[in-house]
Design a protein around this ligand. Structure first.
Ligand SMILES: Nc1ncnc2c1ncn2[C@@H]1O[C@H](COP(=O)(O)OP(=O)(O)OP(=O)(O)O)[C@@H](O)[C@H]1O
Ligand SMILES: [Mg+2]
Length: 311
């Protein structure tokens, strides 16, 4: 199972749209996919057609990530009514806002990792839609992720936000989770004939170099129509939807390729050290011995860089 967060430190640039587009591509490819909706606005939950009265959600999982709670917070998307397969959502909830504190404790930011370790065998890919800030929810998402995809628009404020996000990932990776790597920056809402967009894309290319992904998602009204109908873009009719589907397929292919890359030696060493320090992580069989090794002093994280030597 691989975990990918879709983030930006700016609102409205297309995080949910890209998360849903990637989920649609994964679903079309036959991957068993889970979308975790960590944004209190719950747009991904709506886009996946998971509306109704449900007892449990991400908020309950963040409170208590035990197996039964995790399973009750996950429901199938209505996308499966159109095409068979596995596409589930860990339901978003406005109550998650209560968890989005600026100074989360270590225990708090590790909750989602613990929850995902419970369903490790059930999914090939987990996509996490995050809120547009660097508070507890985004850090919780990143700590449980293998990769983060940064979404930006070709506009001046979005460029600055993408740069901030990239630095924040590096900082968290050095301090707490060596496994985490940026997948890169994807530009959304591109209008091919716009001079302003051309200028901003060049600026992004200068700033991020190879970390700026080749795939660019164009601005097309079809996206909004498919989202409004809670349908996967891959099952939406028309040429525009087919073109967009191809762009999301390419983006997914890049993510899958990136998951295959091994960690560098320093990261492996750090990963082992962190695995011992943390309680339950994906890729480990958790045992009572590990639970006993759980650190007891869950100090509040000071900024983004938790200094492991002090724990
Ligand atoms: N490529 C696109 N073409 C057309 N419309 C788009 C595109 N990308 C996003 N949108 C629209 O822009 C709006 C904002 O997109 P979205 O909700 O995905 O952004 P977000 O970054 O998740 O926002 P928030 O920060 O509020 O979570 C939505 O109405 C969405 O349908
Ligand atoms: Mg969103």
């Amino acid at each position: 199972m691989h975990v990918l967060s879709v983030s930006s430190l700016k609102g409205g640039v297309g995080k949910t749209t890209v998360a849903l587009g990637l989920a649609s591509a994964a679903f079309a490819k036959g991957l068993r996919t889970l979308v975790v909706d960590l944004d209190p606005q719950c747009d991904a939950t709506t886009g996946l057609g998971a509306v109704g009265v449900f007892r449990e959600s991400c908020a309950d999982v963040l409170e208590n990530p035990k197996h039964s709670v995790v399973l009750r917070a996950i429901v199938p998307s209505s996308w499966t009514k159109v095409r068979p397969g596995t596409i589930d959502v860990m339901l978003g909830s406005p109550r998650t806002i209560g968890f989005d504190t600026p100074t989360p404790t270590l225990r708090e930011v590790w909750k989602l990792e613990e929850a995902l370790s419970r369903v490790e065998r059930d999914y090939d890919l987990v996509i996490i839609d995050t809120p547009p800030s660097i508070n507890a929810l985004t850090r919780t998402a990143w700590i449980s992720s293998d990769r983060v995809l940064i979404v930006t628009e070709p506009g001046i404020f979005s460029v600055a936000a993408a740069d901030r996000a990239m630095r924040a990932i590096e900082s968290l990776r050095d301090g707490l989770t060596p496994r985490l790597q940026p997948l890169g920056v994807v530009i959304n809402r591109v209008r091919p004939n716009s001079k302003e967009h051309e200028f901003r894309i060049k600026e992004l290319s200068d700033l991020f170099g190879p970390e700026l992904l080749n795939v660019q998602i164009e601005e097309k009204s079809t996206i909004q129509q498919a989202q409004g109908a809670a349908r996967a873009i891959h099952t939406w009719p028309g040429e525009q939807a087919a073109e967009l589907s191809k762009q999301f397929d390419e983006l997914l292919a890049g993510a899958i390729e990136s998951f295959k890359k091994p960690m560098d030696r320093k990261s492996i060493k750090n990963h082992k050290r962190f695995s011992r320090l943390t309680r339950i992580m994906r890729g480990q069989k958790w045992s009572s011995a590990q639970l006993a090794a759980e650190p007891t002093d869950f100090e509040a994280l000071d900024g983004l860089t938790g200094d492991s030597s002090s724990r």
